[in-house]
Design a protein around this ligand. Structure first.
Ligand code: MD3
Ligand code: FE
Length: 208
């Protein structure tokens, strides 16, 4: 991995044990009943292969109008479900002890889904880290640097792994090359769920 990408990147393998993974998955699956995963369309008009939903006051969406954070599900119009306590506690411990996250993007990778190399830059303040939790099948994750042309490294993200992106790593390019189908039995009907906790609004913004 390049030095630029490594600075501020922390992988905590198996940070959640089997019982914590199962308990968190139960909560996320219940939330997904209220806020069903859907296939977002890029501003360029291409449906993504990853299905998405969100938890928390704000959720990341994309459509013909662009990338942004919205307070409601674009299909149902309902507010996003709450972020599970276990995730809020993880953020307080690892990301920021005082400012809570206001968005949790839920990425559902079923057969063949992947995510191209990109940066996360739709948030107001990049000083806040992004915290990721992986559940289910193992992903082949690609991490580069601040420039698209920077060298990249390939890493595995397995169920229970937690990943913190802070400092220079916060603006690193990254993506999911593929998911190893059948590598975990956690997710019903197979696949992978990735949860990314973010602070989308400025530090002083009060969610309502
Ligand atoms: C590195 N998700 O939702 S999580 C995304 O596994 C996203 O679903 C991937 O990229 C997934 O935007 C990767 C790990 C991750 C998340 C955010 C990052 C890595 C990151 C932000 C900056 C750099
Ligand atoms: Fe990302």
């Amino acid at each position: 991995m390049s030095a630029a990408a490594t600075e501020g990147f922390r992988l905590l393998p198996g940070r959640l044990g089997p019982a914590a993974q199962a308990a968190l998955l139960d909560e996320v699956l219940a939330a997904m009943e209220a806020a069903p995963p859907y296939r977002p369309v890029t501003p360029g008009g291409k449906p993504m292969s990853v299905e998405m939903t969100n938890l928390g006051p704000l959720g990341w969406v994309t459509d013909a109008r662009g990338y942004r954070y919205e307070p409601a599900h674009p299909v149902t119009g309902a507010p996003w479900p709450a972020i599970p306590r276990a995730l809020l506690d993880l953020w307080t411990e690892l990301a920021d002890p005082t400012t809570p996250p206001d968005a949790c993007l839920v990425n559902l990778y079923r057969d063949g889904a992947k995510m191209g190399l990109h940066q996360d830059r739709d948030e107001a303040d990049f000083a806040f880290p992004v915290l990721s939790v992986s559940l289910g099948d193992t992903a082949i994750f690609r991490l580069g640097g601040p420039k698209r042309s920077d060298p990249t490294a390939s890493l595995r993200l397995s169920s229970g792994d937690v990943c913190l992106l802070a400092g220079p790593a916060r603006l690193a390019h990254h993506g999911i090359d593929r998911v190893l189908a059948g590598s975990s039995r956690l997710v019903p009907d197979g696949g992978r769920i990735n949860l990314t906790l973010r602070r989308a609004a400025p530090r002083d913004h009060v969610a309502r």
